[in-house]
Design a protein around this ligand. Sequence first.
Ligand SMILES: [Zn+2]
Length: 311
Amino acid sequence: MDLALIKSAGELVALGHDLVQRGNFVGANEKYSDAARKFAKQGDAMGANIASSHAAVVAIGQQTANPMAYRIASQSLLNIGGFMMKIGLREIPANQLATELDLLATELEVLSLSPTNPQQFKDKAQALQTTAMQFRAKMTGQVLVIPELFNKTVMTGEAKAPALMALAEEALGESLILDDPKAAAEHYQSARLWWMQAGRQDFADAASIRVRAYGRAAKCWFCGREVSGEGIHFVTMACELTDVVKRTGEGSALPTFDPVSNAIFACRGCYSAVFKLADDLAVKRTQELEVKIERELNEIRAQIKNIRSGR
Ligand SMILES: [Zn+2]
């Protein structure tokens, strides 16, 4: 066997570093894992921990959306305390990297929550705010290693906060939409400002649309109830409006129709009653047609039978 081909554990770690710099994380993971096994065989527990920590960090590249991958790497890093980890072009104390990984894992966990009722929306908002505060408190001024390594995104810890705060305000808005649409609109207004701070004009614009819709109030064309929260508590229904009909709405503080789109406003109660009646009529009419078609088909079948039997 050619001894020159057998790499020492230290050489394998160096090869791993080299592969990381070239963006080959799968290859780097293999080298680090091989190194860890060699160190362990030689009884070098610290060397083995360092090598497996590097392996665990680069393994995140294969599953950046899986919080468990971050937690596993973080646990491994905590075994080696303040050791300076070499990650790409950066050097960072292991315990500091562990903190970053835990925060990123928490962020993924919180973002994946899918609330279905107001209390769950409130809980999600609270968790988002807490995560934003932790990024600010623990990672201020520090460039996050993981986004830079895997996504080529250079961002500091506190740069994570505005988007998380925006999402928290939106979750609070959703928690209130059934009870208090105007308060929901105010939270979307706050969300809009956070999105602008986060540099996301697209999300800011989407929040603006909610601000307008949830803050808008109207008077139901049918029953006269005054409601706010467009799309939730009242909706628009297309119709024909003559100028004479439109003039009957003058003097009302809240609009009963939208003059631009020629649609009336209907509270959810009236809208759903009309919708249900229309639906029931459609079902009834369809059943009548089915009976009629079946009868005609039977007549045609009978005629064909007669032709075939030569009558
Ligand atoms: Zn109504």
